[in-house]
Each structure stands twice: as C-alpha cells, then as structure tokens.
Design a protein around this ligand. Structure first.
Ligand code: ATP
Ligand code: MG
Length: 311
C-alpha cells in the first residue's frame, strides 16, 4: 500500500511506466510499496521503494524539463565522489526513459535525527562536521562540484531589505540593518575554501540510520568552501530544535570548524539569515507547502544567533 505524500511531491505512479519498469529491472525485483518520507520542500519524487524480495531503495525522479532533474543528477555525481568517512548513502545508479531521469540511492533506515537538547544526535552531528571539515576535499569531489556555481556563496537578502525595509521587520533586524547588509556584502569574497560543504544541513536532510548512525542526505547544494559553513548552518537548526541561542552561540565560538574563522562564520550567518528574512516574505511557491513558515522561524533563529556576534 502506498502512503500519500505529506508534501506537494510527485508520486511513484506519476513516473512513466517505462521508467518504472526500467528501475524494477535494475533493482532486480518488482516494487510492492512506496513511502514518501516527511521532510523537505522539493516537488520531485523522493520515495523509499520496497521490493518484492524484501529489499529497499530510495529514488529521486523528475521530468527532464524540471530544474530538479539537473539538481538530482548533480547530487548523484556528488554522492559518487564523496570520500569514505563522509556520512552519506551510496549512489546505486541513474536511469533515463520517457524524458524522465531517476537517481537511485541506497536506502537508509531510521528517523530524522532528534536535534533537541534531550538527544545525543546533535552532539553526534557536531562530531561528524568536525571530521568532514578538518581536511581538504579530495580532487574527484572538487571536480564534481565544479560543474555548478555555489548556492551558498550566492546567499543574500539584507540588501533588498535595506533598500525597502518591510514594516513588520523584527526590531533586532531593523536596528542592525546597515551592519547586516555590510556583513553580507563581504560574504561572497569569504566563501572560497577547499573543504567539503553539504550546504543544506537541516534535520530533514539527515537520517539516523539504525546501523550507520546520523547520515547526511540531499547533497544537491554540495560545494567547496570554508570549514565553518555546515557548522554555522546547523546552529540555527539547533535553536529551532529547542537549544537556547546562548548555548549555541557558545558552541559555535568553540567548535573546531568555526572557532578559527569568526569573521567568515559571522558573514555567512548574516547572508543565510538575510536570505531567510527576505524569502520568508515571498509568495509560497507551488509544491512547497510550509516553506515560508519554516523560513520565518529560521530567520528568527539566525537573528538570535547574530545577536551574540554583532558588535
Ligand atoms: N537514502 C535515503 N534513504 C531513506 N530516506 C531518505 C534518503 N534520502 C532522503 N531520504 C528522506 O527523503 C526526504 C526527501 O529527500 P531529499 O531531502 O533528498 O529530497 P529533496 O526533494 O531534495 O529535499 P528538499 O525538499 O530538502 O530539497 C528526506 O527528508 C529524508 O527523510
Ligand atoms: Mg531535503
């Protein structure tokens, strides 16, 4: 029995029959069940398939005119190039038919990690980030991500808010608007670096696999950059999960990935928070229910953190 998506996602039955047959051939067994996991705002198929032989696989698919197809193919190349030791699922294959493209990824079994203070998952995630950010990315990875401009480096939003401040802008943001815009302007020049960057770390882009532990999924925004980016991205997510901004500000000050580059960390946090504040005010795009509500909450968390870092 199939579980209907909780998001505006395409479903397994939307995939052309010929591509479904091709996938079943490649996987060696017919699909008996599909589940669309909760999490994320994308509209493409992102489903766990159960096969008649009892095995499972994860598939992302979209029609070829859809920009998410390019994102899925890019993610496949990244998964293929990640070095051992990076917590990511294995790429199983890419299949094309009837003007659709499907990327097949090893299935991870488990829930999203619990990033609240009550759980050990946040601590495990910090340790993983330290490991990933502590050494330069290997050449195959750098080559794989060189095919797309970094979405992380392009983050901004305070410039638009400064030009036309909305009446409901949080007082803490209004008070610091010129400083936030200045930090954001400095960000692109600081965004270069040789480390692996996931670029979109949220609880719903991680699975706590029963065997592998916390594992990062959704590598479509992966890039190279300074060591601090993923730790700094995770920080507002921890506040959303119930940690106090004061605790997270302290962790960020002391974490090996962020401690040595406070200015880069602050500039990145400013650009990310500006992006959230600005985009939260846009109309909700089709197929992404909940995106703007999330961005409003994330914007507040980012601003709370910046309150500890602005002079
Ligand atoms: N390999 C996997 N095994 C099991 N579940 C997975 C796997 N990869 C992702 N998921 C689950 O599916 C959801 C959607 O996957 P993913 O985040 O890759 O899709 P997406 O459409 O790119 O997301 P977004 O909307 O964040 O851009 C994730 O939130 C996670 O719960
Ligand atoms: Mg996702």
């Amino acid at each position: 029995m199939s579980v209907p998506p909780t998001t505006g996602r395409l479903q397994w039955t939307d995939v052309p029959t010929i591509l479904r047959a091709r996938l079943e051939d490649a996987l060696g067994s017919p699909v008996t069940d599909t589940v669309t996991p909760s999490g994320g705002f994308g509209h493409q198929l992102a489903a766990a398939l159960t096969l008649a032989d009892g095995t499972r696989a994860f598939v992302k698919a979209a029609p070829d005119g859809d920009p998410l197809t390019d994102a899925n193919v890019y993610e496949a190349a990244v998964l293929d190039a990640l070095p051992p030791g990076v917590p990511a699922p294995e790429l199983l294959g890419i299949h094309r038919a009837a003007d659709w493209t499907a990327v097949v990824i090893a299935h991870l079994d488990g829930p999203h990690p619990d990033l609240s203070p009550a759980s050990g998952d946040a601590e495990q995630t910090w340790v993983l980030l330290d490991r990933i950010a502590s050494r330069p990315a290997p050449v195959p990875y750098t080559v794989a991500v060189s095919t797309r401009p970094s979405t992380t480096a392009a983050l901004h939003g305070w410039d638009e808010l400064l030009a036309d401040p909305p009446a409901d802008l949080a007082p803490a943001a209004r008070d610091h608007l010129p400083q936030l815009a200045e930090l954001e302007v400095a960000w692109p020049a600081l965004a270069h670096g040789d480390r692996i960057v996931h670029g979109d770390l949220r609880a719903d882009n991680m699975v706590r696999d029963h065997h592998l532990g916390v594992t990062f999924v959704d590598w479509a925004h992966a890039t190279t950059g300074p060591a601090c980016i993923d730790a700094a991205s995770l920080a507002p997510q921890l506040i959303l999960a119930g940690h106090t901004p004061a605790d997270i500000a302290r962790l960020l000050r002391d974490h090996p990935a962020t401690a040595s580059s406070p200015d880069t960390t602050t500039a990145f946090l400013a650009a990310l928070t500006g992006h959230w504040h600005c985009n939260a005010r846009q109309p909700e795009p089709p197929g992404a229910p909940g995106l703007r509500v999330y961005q409003h909450r994330a914007a507040a968390a980012g601003l709370a953190l910046l309150g500890y870092r602005l002079g």
